[in-house]
Write a new protein. Structure first.
Length: 311
């Protein structure tokens, strides 16, 4: 049973809205958890000021943090007024995601919540923002919270890949499902599950067949036009079975299960919208380089919070 006793909430000093705080207060009240309101701040102007010696710089940093502390304390008062146990912590550091990871690990937090806002396309092309770095590196369950009318989680969806096409751990899908089921149970929400599978496109299928010679594949299997429908039918059947077994293995509710044919980054945003999903639970693993995993591709595309879990 997933339990959240200590929740780390990252505050965003650049925005007036604080979705992470709103979700943190909601979950703290539901789980009886305590909150830490965490602010990672850094001012390049102070560091690059050539008139400061080392002692003056440290004094300037302390003054800057104290000015920010007053801002954070207004939110601390809000938490206390709502009956939520909370404290605050401010650090001078960069990058943000490394400071959050350090705090989460050293403080043994059960959950990290960070606000996320739509990222400019140029960010996705030329460098990886803190949100994506945190998704890759945070070892704790992580919620990326968005601005929404309601803070409640009434519909929770687990997105899994039991076909294991991406060679993730066999423990990941059960953890995604168990986490989503537990949260839905604790919050009296509906539990959904979805598995998207993408068949080989027809054009690629025929091209491969032709490349093998006269549309023929291995001796026991052809890749011509005639058996493409057979391939699609068998693929669906195989995925239905693996999806069914994954659900059965953890005793996941079977009322709202969806097997979708196509790419998850294209299908999940539509499914989230049509089912009015509030929280999408997905798995992620560390990888190097630029944007790659499904959770990173859809972060800006779905209108719900995303929860990332790892094994």
């Amino acid at each position: 049973m997933t339990s959240f006793n200590k929740i780390l909430v990252d505050l965003d000093p650049t925005k007036e809205e604080q979705p992470a705080l709103e979700r943190g207060l909601y979950l703290a009240k539901q789980y009886g958890a305590s909150l830490t309101l965490f602010l990672v701040t850094y001012n390049r102007g102070l560091v690059s000021n050539l008139f400061f010696d080392s002692e003056q710089l440290e004094a300037a940093k302390r003054g800057y943090l104290n000015s920010k502390r007053k801002w954070v304390q207004t939110y601390l008062s809000t938490a206390h007024e709502q009956g939520v146990e909370a404290d605050i912590d401010l650090v001078w550091a960069k990058p943000i995601y490394e400071a959050i990871n350090k705090k989460a690990n050293e403080g043994n937090y059960d959950l990290v919540i960070k606000s996320t806002h739509k990222h400019p396309t140029v960010n996705k092309i030329f460098f990886t923002p803190n949100d994506w770095q945190l998704l890759k590196t945070c070892s704790k369950p992580l919620i990326m919270a968005k601005e929404r009318e309601s803070v409640r989680y009434s519909n929770v969806m687990a997105a899994i890949d039991p076909s294991n096409r991406h060679n993730h751990s066999d423990e990941l899908d059960p953890k995604i499902l168990n986490t989503a089921k537990s949260i839905a149970t604790s919050l009296d929400a509906l539990a959904y599950a979805v598995h998207c599978y993408d068949p080989i496109a027809y054009q690629l299928w025929t091209d491969i067949g032709v490349g093998m010679g006269a549309g023929m594949g291995p001796a026991d299997f052809t890749m011509g036009q005639d058996n493409y429908e057979q391939y699609i039918e068998q693929l669906k059947k195989d995925n239905e079975e693996t999806f069914k077994q994954a659900i059965k293995k953890v005793g996941y509710p079977t009322d709202h299960l969806y097997l979708e044919e196509g790419y998850p980054e294209q299908l999940l945003p539509a499914k989230v919208k049509s089912q009015e999903i509030d929280l999408l639970v997905m798995g992620t693993s560390y990888h190097s380089g630029l944007i790659g995993s499904t959770i990173e591709k859809i972060l800006d595309e779905v209108d719900c919070d995303i929860m990332a879990v790892k094994v």
